[in-house]
Write a protein that binds this ligand. Sequence first.
Ligand SMILES: [Zn+2]
Ligand SMILES: [Zn+2]
Length: 116
Amino acid sequence: MVCPFCTSSECRRSRRRNLVDYVASVVGTIPWRCSRCSSRFRSRATPLTHLLSAHCSICGNIELKRISGELAEGIGAPLWRFLGIPAFRCMPCRHKFFTLLPLSKEVEDTELKIAS
Ligand SMILES: [Zn+2]
Ligand SMILES: [Zn+2]
């Protein structure tokens, strides 16, 4: 998530605080808070393009780290491990899960840069 005020990508989901936030979440937008400039803004939980890439089902984040299947949890985890389904960990919320969706291009590029 990119902050619309300072274009920093250091944004975190903010807690719902009032009725307006609650109503907004029902229509599909959630409150975010930028950790660089402290602005609060709303955005969709999961941008459409993210739906086609591996993303965290809790916070919609696409900055995932590939992890060993042994570390991921959830219903059917032993089966996913057996099938060799890739496992990922969400960096901001530490949710660990399995997904068949490919990593987002942006994240893949970053990983390649780190690897080389
Ligand atoms: Zn900001
Ligand atoms: Zn997450």
